[in-house]
Design a protein around this ligand. Structure first.
Ligand code: AGP
Length: 609
């Protein structure tokens, strides 16, 4: 959460910083600010509560001129969204932006107050800038002061600092929160995500855990956690591969929903043979590592956790390999037994989710055989720190509500299922059937998207509702969980999901005419059981909205709206049935008038605990 951008150049930087903030807004959008070393040699700053556009308006009426600057878009952790709490924070001639959480901030605050520092905000971040100021008095060198400062910090940080007395540089540090240097010609940059800098460069250096760095217009130097100078690889990013505008769509979310056939086609390319899956596409070590695996532990958060839940049905049901799934924030704080030959799998769109990353780091100390991440960002921490990775190839996902990341995760997890199944219960014929189903997937997704207008019509029934219940059985239960998460996060309607068989054990008490019940009903072996569950809802006057297979035998009737989907193979049904639930949430959110791409209180990338 929170986005940082900085620039040292031989031209004005406020426009570059502002565009960088716009591209980082997915990381937080409750306030934004910028600080620059002005032509008079002093630090000047502007801050506004609200989105980056508010800061932009402020800069139009009151511009910031200068060639060295830092900027920040915030997602509040300590202290409410306000101008005082917005970054950059200032102490004397020093300005600082920070992403992360300083856990010992109260103790530091007390110490600094005793040293005579006055605090203007409720943030943990302000302690860092005062500490820097304190150590600068002693060291008279910004880098030396930073080394001393980070020695006092407990917690996570990606931070960038400027000092009016050292006007040609930005100093930065990374521990627990991502930072990347963008390399230009006669200018260099720093940001939380390379996306922020794509308008100025395509060459990037990713800082590693514990790194600190100094960037100036013509140079950059990196020191590792032991303060030894190190060289890190330069990554060139292919600009053509990633587009980050909305095109003709009203929202990123809608664009990303409609991109699913093409990104899934891309994620299948080079991974499917005519009858089998090309395991080599998972990396040269994959075959060797996976053949000895006898169980799987999946850890993830939010939507990525739901992908893991679907994968559990596949890995146990199709590959015959025991599989456990847990949310990362629980996994990292409990005690458990690690079975021999267990593969530790993380799933993450961003590859930077703090809890998932912490779970991976913990797992590495616990005796798992190997780690694999299913991830959408090639340069992310999860990819760099895992033994194996399966890239989802979804392209940048900007809408806070995850859509194409989820379905591409499912495709990648189906690959993993087959890769494991080959050494366990899966026959060649079963693998061939999965390949056939995957090949059909992009066209079936396009066909399903054609239901958009029917779904839009259906969404009217939800506009005045305050609650909704999502039901599924088997691998469709996590699809129902994902549907409920989508509805609540973008329409703010309270939604819950249940495996349909659980209904009579409590939630049935909630069912009445004001509680819409949404069911996902492919024509699978649990269909008849699901029908009985839905009859229980009808018998209590509940209004049903059923997404079903053409051959499932549902009919629109009083109390039951149905939308028929194309007939699909069971194995890919969770991917197909996700689409109508994404569209339903989208249309309900439009009716509610919420901020679809940036719903309240949320951020795209959760890099704090
Ligand atoms: C879902 O729409 C959310 N964006 C959220 O639940 C998200 O999936 C979660 O924060 C995990 O993010 P990650 O995939 O980047 O790790």
């Amino acid at each position: 959460m929170c986005g940082i951008v900085g620039a040292v150049a031989q031209r004005e930087v406020s426009g570059i910083l502002l565009e960088g903030l716009r591209r980082l807004e997915y990381r937080g959008y409750d306030s934004a600010g910028m600080a620059i070393i002005a032509p008079n040699g002093k630090i000047e700053n502007r801050k506004r509560v609200g989105k980056v556009e508010k800061l932009s308006e402020e800069l139009t009426s009151s511009p910031l001129l200068g060639r060295v600057g830092i900027a920040h878009t915030r997602w509040a952790t300590h202290g409410q969204p306000s101008e005082e709490n917005a970054h950059p924070h200032i102490s004397g001639d020093i300005a600082l932006v920070h992403n992360g959480i300083i856990e010992n901030h109260e103790e530091l605050r007390q110490r600094l107050k005793e040293l005579g520092y006055q605090f203007n905000s409720q943030t943990d971040t302000e302690t860092i800038v005062h500490l820097l100021h304190y150590y600068y008095q002693e060291q008279q060198d910004l880098m030396a002061a930073l080394k001393k400062t980070i020695g006092d910090l407990q917690g996570a940080y990606g931070l960038a600092v400027i000092h009016a007395a050292e006007p040609e540089k930005i100093i930065c540090a990374r521990k627990g929160s991502p930072l990347v240097i963008g390399i230009g010609i006669g200018e260099n940059f720093i940001a939380s995500d390379q996306l922020a800098l794509r308008q100025v460069t395509d060459r990037f250096v990713y800082l590693e855990e514990g790194d600190i760095a100094e960037i100036s217009p013509d140079n950059y130097t990196i020191l590792n956690a032991e303060f030894n100078a190190v060289t890190r690889d330069i990554t060139q990013i292919d600009s053509a591969a990633e587009s980050v505008d909305k095109g003709h769509y009203r929202h990123y979310m809608l664009k990303e929903i409609y991109e699913q056939p093409s990104v899934i086609r891309r994620s299948l390319a080079g991974r499917l043979g005519s009858k089998n899956i090309l395991i080599e596409a998972m990396g040269s070590r994959a075959g060797q590592i996976l053949k000895d695996i006898s169980s799987v532990q999946i850890v993830a958060c939010g939507t990525s956790y739901h992908a893991g839940m679907v994968a559990k049905y596949w890995i146990e049901g199709l590959a015959g390999v025991p599989c456990r799934v847990e949310v990362a924030s629980e996994f990292r704080y409990r005690k458990f037994k690690v079975q021999d030959n267990t593969l530790f799998v993380t799933i993450s769109q961003s590859g930077e989710t703090a809890d998932t990353l912490a779970a991976l780091r913990l797992a590495k100390t616990l005796g798992y055989s190997a780690s694999l991440t299913v991830c959408n960002v090639a340069q992310s921490s999860l990819v760099r720190e895992s033994d194996l990775y399966l890239m989802t190839e979804a392209g940048p996902e900007i809408g806070v509500a995850s859509t194409k990341a989820f379905t591409t995760q499912l495709v990648a997890l189906l690959f993993l299922t087959v890769a494991l199944g080959r050494h366990h219960d899966m026959t060649e014929n079963e693998e061939k059937d999965i390949v056939k189903a995957l090949n059909a997937l992009p066209d079936l997704l396009s066909e399903t998207l054609e239901l958009n207008l029917n779904i839009k019509k259906m969404s009217n029934a939800f506009a005045e509702k305050h609650h909704a219940l999502f039901l599924g059985r088997g691998a469709q239960w996590p699809v129902a969980m994902e549907g409920a998460l989508k509805l609540k996060e973008i329409s703010y309607i309270h939604a819950e999901s249940y495996p349909a068989g659980e209904l009579k054990h409590g939630p049935l008490a909630l069912v009445d005419a004001d509680m819409p019940v949404i069911a996902v009903a492919p024509n699978d072996e649990l269909l008849e059981k699901l029908k009985s569950n839905l009859e229980e809802v009808q018998a209590r006057g509940g209004q049903l909205f059923v997404f079903c297979d053409k051959a499932a035998g549902f009919k629109t009737a009083k109390g039951m709206d149905i939308i028929e989907l194309p007939h699909v193979d069971d194995v890919i049904a969770p991917i197909i049935y996700t689409i109508p639930l994404q569209l339903l949430s989208y249309h309900v959110a439009i009716l509610k008038g919420t901020d679809v791409d940036q719903p309240r209180n949320l951020a795209k990338s959760v890099t704090v605990e």
